[in-house]
Design a protein around this ligand. Structure first.
Ligand SMILES: Cc1cc2nc3c(=O)[nH]c(=O)nc-3n(C[C@H](O)[C@H](O)[C@H](O)COP(=O)(O)OP(=O)(O)OC[C@H]3O[C@@H](n4cnc5c(N)ncnc54)[C@H](O)[C@@H]3O)c2cc1C
Length: 386
């Protein structure tokens, strides 16, 4: 296995690092957290740099970049803050990839160029008040009315809710129960009967729009069907790319925390010496670096295996789960190295620790990923209902 970065990948990461320093992303991250304001201005900047939708098909504005390059770029920007990496996540590993892979030519032409220009973004809408881990219990429905569909239901915790222009809604087609009845349609902001709940107040990831969506007899044109009932497997397979993006966010947040702790441990004095000279601090740093590197290997393996397509479910689940656990651990220990200042809002560590908590729930919980891995280890499906 060769994980050496290409010259283009190295140059891309250097340019992102330079941009972060030049534009003071460290302060921007603190500002976003303090105000809860989504950094809209980044969309134009990233679009100009060709970072939005770089994994998408060239005929629709992308450059067919690999999942690994997107993961590396997301990781680099998430070292400042997941909010700063957010537009790359949405446009390269999010539900827009479902449209790119399984959408019709008309859907791609209508949506993807706008995503690459930063004019559009697409949210994934799976979770419902009574269907989270148990997605197959979802109750949102579309009813076929001949020349169009009618969508009814409610979605919860939708990232980008209220901000995104398009929503890939996982829904039941007709009466068929279980996963066999589930497909996906595109709902567009502004469609009559489509409304948003209040914005969530999460402990972290402040600045990330998130809310419930309400569909009350929303007319969906038939050309907005992306995946019909019965193709649920494809929907979930594509979601594994998003899982690699989630894991990349964890690598970034942990990498940012590790760097902060490294700088601090060399400056902070106790007993007349920099605290990096104490073995307890050195061991914490070594443990953090070791776990971060182990997570990187798993995440890069999963993303590398995806190429321009899809990663293995097993590798993506393992990478996300390990990275989700790792980032909680690393940010917690980095905070400890900061002593009392780690607990203060004057310093970035408590923000990083708050941001770290989300990833092991968003995109499927760590427990559910372990259920998936176990079923692959044993070569059989474990029905969670029986
Ligand atoms: C920051 C954030 C962003 C999100 N963004 C989106 C989004 O954009 N789109 C979207 O659709 N959803 C989104 N979600 C929702 C997320 O996908 C769900 O919260 C998640 O899938 C868990 O569902 P739940 O909250 O209903 O928990 P539940 O399913 O009720 O689970 C509760 C607990 O029980 C455990 N559990 C449940 N069943 C089992 C089982 N069989 N075995 C072992 N343990 C089990 C879970 O692991 C969890 O610990 C987001 C959530 C967060 C926090």
């Amino acid at each position: 296995m060769d994980f050496a970065m290409t010259r283009e990948q190295t140059m891309l990461l250097e340019s992102l690092r330079d941009m972060g320093r030049r534009e003071n992303f460290r302060d921007l991250a603190a500002h976003i957290d303090a105000t809860g304001e989504f950094p809209h201005h980044l969309m134009d900047k990233y679009a100009e740099m060709g970072l939005l939708g770089m994994t998408l098909s060239p005929e629709y504005g992308g450059v067919d970049e690999t999942a690994l390059t997107a993961v590396l770029a997301i990781e680099e920007l998430a070292k400042w803050s997941p909010m700063i990496a957010g537009p790359l996540f949405e446009s390269n590993v999010g539900p827009v990839r479902v449209i790119d892979m399984f959408g019709t030519a008309e859907q791609k032409q209508r949506i993807l160029p706008g995503v690459c220009k930063g004019e559009y973004s697409v949210s994934v809408c799976m979770t419902e008040p009574e269907a989270g881990s148990d997605l197959t219990a979802l109750a949102t429905t579309v009813e076929d009315r001949g020349d169009h569909l009618v969508l009814n239901g409610r979605k919860s915790f939708i990232t980008g809710g209220g901000h995104a222009s398009h929503y890939l809604v996982y829904t039941r087609f007709g009466e068929t129960l279980g996963y066999k009845g589930i497909g996906a349609v595109i709902a567009e902001k502004g469609m009559p009967g489509f409304s948003f709940g209040k914005q969530e107040e999460f402990m972290g990831l402040r600045g990330m729009p998130s809310c419930d969506l309400f569909f009350d007899n929303v007319t969906i044109p038939k050309e907005n069907v992306v995946i019909t009932a019965g193709d649920f497997g494809n929907l979930m397979l594509t979601f594994d790319i998003e899982r690699c993006g989630n894991a990349a966010m964890c690598l970034g947040v942990a990498g940012g925390a590790l760097e902060e702790a490294k700088q601090y441990a060399q400056k902070r004095q106790a007993f007349g010496r920099p605290i990096c000279e104490f073995q307890a601090v050195q061991f914490m740093m070594a443990d953090m670096a070791m776990k971060l590197d182990a997570a990187k290997l798993l995440v890069y393996r999963a993303a590398n295996g995806a190429g321009q397509g899809l990663p293995s479910i097993y590798e993506a689940s393992m990478a996300k789960c390990f990275a989700n656990e790792m980032v909680r651990d690393v940010t917690d220990n980095a905070m400890q190295i900061f002593g009392g200042y780690g607990y203060s809002r004057e310093f970035p560590l408590e923000r990083m620790a708050r941001d770290a908590r989300a990833w092991g729930v968003a995109g499927g919980t760590m427990q559910m990923l372990k259920v998936t891995m176990a079923s692959m280890i044993f070569g059989r499906r474990f029905d969670q209902r029986k």
